[in-house]
Design a binder for this molecule. Sequence first.
Ligand SMILES: [Zn+2]
Length: 148
Amino acid sequence: MTVHLPDSIGPEFLQAWRKKRLRSLLIWSPALIPLAWGAIIALLYWKGGGLLHFINEYWETNALWLIYVIIPAPLAVLGSVLVAYALVRECRPIAVPYCRTCRRADHALPLICPICGEPMTEHRNYAYLSFDEDKELAVFYGLKDEAD
Ligand SMILES: [Zn+2]
């Protein structure tokens, strides 16, 4: 869903969008870290034979706790933080060139309107909403889908 952010609503909507996204991340992050942890352990068993052999050879003991905790834990936390950062960073307006006479926004380069051929000198702010709760928020603020 692509919505136009008018100057009157834009900052208020963006603040609410970020708050809602952060709230969702706080709810889902306890599940995200164990999932990433499990994926890293599966990856280690699948493709990490050399590393597992090296760890068992170097310590000369059964160092499975090291494989289960020390290696995947920081990677899982780091991966989860990066995913959270990317999801929050997504909550920003994107300035798109706009033709006032045709009332059309277009990313195409060069910045010439594909309908009337005039140069597109203005920009309008748009937000690309991918999750259902984002779309619900846009409907709450009265923003309409302008993907067409
Ligand atoms: Zn035009």
